[in-house]
Design a protein around this ligand. Structure first.
Ligand SMILES: N[C@@H](CCC(=O)N[C@@H](CS)C(=O)NCC(=O)O)C(=O)O
Length: 211
């Protein structure tokens, strides 16, 4: 049995943050497919696993952790990789992880869900989400003009948090040629040993066609 089990599914960028970190750390882990699209996260059985009703959940021994930021923080300490080396770095990683959860992933994930999974087409809601997401892309793009990775010249969990949804630009109608520093940075993460695309790292892709 693997040391770590990750509750996840291929289309979840939030789960990808944890899956990518596990792979980059060379952890002994296995995915546990969560059937989100058929409502598994809303079942009492799943709420007993995670009261927040979300993936990712990282299970090891008798313990379970949820929230990708917490999982990333735990794994960085456990493996001694991609974490802070001093208090200032700890705060910088936290700063970009919070920015990601609030301003980057939240809008991007919802926009992508509506465009690519719910297939609503462009609506006033997607227009609002696109405006918020592209504002966050602009902020990140400007920041990455100053340093190779989020907090300097080496990759940290802040990068793995922020890249969660960004390997699917076609699914929310953005081209990284409009944000060249983001495109360069995603390439640098992709070059790390152990990197894999979310659709190959986690189970559930492609979605079965609707009957
Ligand atoms: N802030 C959370 C977000 C997790 C999240 O939103 N997960 C989605 C899938 S990407 C989910 O499980 N949603 C289930 C639901 O809302 O019912 C994290 O970073 O782990």
């Amino acid at each position: 049995m693997a040391e770590y089990t990750l509750y996840c599914f291929a289309q979840s960028g939030n789960a990808y943050k944890a899956a990518l970190m596990l792979n980059l750390c060379g952890a002994d882990w296995t995915p546990r497919f969560v059937d989100y699209f058929n409502g598994e996260t809303r079942t009492p059985a799943y709420r007993a696993i995670n009261e927040m009703g979300e993936v990712p959940v990282l299970e090891f021994g008798a313990r379970r952790l949820s929230q990708s930021g917490v999982i990333l923080d735990y794994l960085a300490a456990r493996f001694g990789k991609f974490g802070p080396t001093n208090e200032e770095e700890r705060r910088e990683i936290l700063r970009w992880t919070l920015f990601d959860n609030h301003k980057l992933t939240s809008y991007t994930a919802t926009l992508r869900f509506m465009m690519s999974l719910a297939k609503t087409g462009e609506t006033p809601v997607t227009e609002f989400l696109r405006q918020r997401a592209t504002t966050a892309f602009g902020i990140l793009n400007n920041h990455l003009a100053k340093s190779r990775f989020a907090i300097g010249e080496r990759p940290t969990t802040a990068d793995f948090s922020m890249c969660g949804y960004l390997y699917w630009p076609d699914e929310f109608g953005v081209s990284w040629s409009d944000y060249p520093n983001i495109g360069r940075w995603l390439g640098d993460i992709k070059a790390l040993p152990g990197w894999e695309h979310p659709y190959t790292l986690m189970p559930g892709h492609p979605l079965p066609a609707k009957a």
